[in-house]
Design a protein around this ligand. Structure first.
Ligand SMILES: [Zn+2]
Length: 468
């Protein structure tokens, strides 16, 4: 049987500062090696000070993943020598010597399958190595320590996955969950990274590292299963090793044989005192926990009659569910939800567009109301949305500025219809035999009014004119 386990590293991007120093947690805007201080650079004599908010956010994740949570935590030094780690040790956690990390023995459901979470730990991110060219052939490696010390949560699953597809689904669910908890923005480059371990019946465990995206992870796992199966068929031993994903060639390549846990010479980080997380703190955190995606979905369906599919799309996206909550005035909930999922999601499909957008909840509820009361057509509503997103003006103002108001004035419409009937002599003849042709004529009237003609009135007037 194929067994796949994951090790996910997720940055707590919603925090202000790094895990043990006041440097910015958001290092992405900085010039290389400018978001650093003696603490995150490990200068002798400097002392770490634990970011309390990081402990709280990590505890929230542990709770949301149904983990057991400790009453006190300690930190450990994991010693290793690598250029991305200026201190030569990483401050992390360890489930040993009577200590536990911030969470353990949790679970998460993926397509009716329960994936067990082995542990969650809070640790610091190392710096970043930037290779010039391909990893194996690089002549030059650059080091940027801006990321060193960024708060990171490591989530380790049991090897419960059986297919690459389950892996992908799990990562999507986890990423939505972290976003919903407001602890991380998984869409940011490098904010969520995952390694996988893969083994097939009778073979050793192989770790795959260096995977850039969830999409690539699915491909890497798929490749690795096929590679191992082909070795097994040829009776070649599958050795325990770490392999890298080569993005260019879309294959995994051998990197090194597995280091043993003992080589890290873990020992207690004596510069950080024990941290107590008492029941009171846990209760307070639980009370702050946002509504879960599944209960949000259930509420949208049961309270507002939104279809399960639309409710699912809406509830799993933090930005759009917040927009829905703001727009929802209880009367048009279903139409508002539909407008967000059919029109607005397409218009705001990137982070940049969402950040620039001036669209507020009121705009959406107003627009739905305008459509319902026939003041604007659906086609014009899309133009209005485009405009609101750009400038945030009141809807009434935009409709006037762009002249988007419905043409429902009978005299005006009659004039346009007469024009169309004069131009479309053949269609007029055909329409008398085939009533479907009337819709073609409605379309012509729409064209002339730039989609603003009241469709029902147009149809009625056309039929009257044609004697139908
Ligand atoms: Zn620092």
């Amino acid at each position: 049987m194929t067994k796949i386990g994951l090790e996910i590293h997720c940055q707590l991007t919603k925090l202000e500062s790094k895990l043990f120093c006041p440097c910015k947690a958001d290092y992405r805007e900085f010039e290389p090696n400018t978001n650093i201080c003696p603490v995150c650079m490990g200068i002798p004599g400097s002392l770490p000070l634990l970011n309390k908010k990081a402990v709280e956010k990590a505890t929230l994740i542990a709770m949301a993943l149904d983990c057991k949570t400790p009453n006190k935590i300690a930190f450990f030094r994991k010693n290793y020598f690598y250029p991305d780690l200026p201190k030569n040790f990483q401050i992390t956690q360890l489930n040993a010597y009577g200590n536990t990390s911030i969470g353990w023995e949790g679970k998460i459901s993926v397509e009716d399958k329960e994936i067990k979470i082995r542990r969650i730990q809070l640790e610091e991110d190392p710096g970043r190595l930037i290779y010039e060219g391909a990893t194996e052939k690089t002549k030059l490696t650059l080091v940027d320590y801006n990321r060193a010390g960024t708060p990171l949560v490591e989530i380790v699953t049991e090897p419960d996955f059986e297919t690459p597809h389950q892996v992908r689904e799990f990562l999507n669910i986890l990423s939505d969950l972290l976003e919903n908890l407001n602890v991380s923005d998984p869409g940011l480059e490098g904010a969520m990274r995952a390694d996988a371990n893969v083994s097939i019946e009778g073979g050793s465990k192989v770790e795959i590292k260096n995977i850039g995206s969830f999409h690539d992870l699915e491909k890497a796992v798929h490749f690795e299963i096929t590679r191992q199966q082909s070795l097994a068929e040829r009776k070649i031993e599958i050795i325990q090793e770490t392999r890298h994903w080569d993005d260019g060639r879309k294959i995994t390549v051998s990197a090194r044989t597995k280091e043993e846990e003992a080589e890290y010479r873990y020992h207690l980080e004596a510069d950080i005192p024990w941290v107590r997380i008492n029941d009171n703190t846990k209760n307070q955190l639980r009370a702050q926990m946002p509504e879960s995606i599944s209960s949000k979905k259930e509420r949208y369906v049961s309270k507002y009659g939104i279809t399960s599919q639309v409710a699912g799309i809406l509830s799993s996206d933090r930005y759009f569910s917040e927009l829905f909550e703001k727009a929802n005035n209880e009367t048009n909930a279903k139409d508002i939800a539909n407008m967000i999922t059919t029109d607005i999601m397409g218009l705001l499909d990137t982070r940049e567009k969402r950040e620039m957008s001036k669209l507020e909840g009121d705009h959406i509820s107003d627009l739905v109301e305008y459509i319902k009361s026939n003041k604007i057509t659906r086609a014009s509503a899309k133009l209005a949305l485009d405009e609101v997103i750009k400038n945030g003006k009141q809807l009434s103002e935009i409709i006037e500025d762009l002249d988007l108001g419905h043409v429902s004035d009978e005299a005006t419409l009659s004039d346009i219809i007469t024009e169309v009937l004069d131009e479309e002599v053949k269609a007029v003849e055909d329409a008398k035999q085939n009533p479907d042709i009337v819709n073609f004529l409605v379309g012509k009237v729409m064209q002339k009014t730039h989609g603003k003609a009241d469709p029902e009135l147009t149809l009625t007037l056309l039929k009257k004119n044609l004697g139908l």
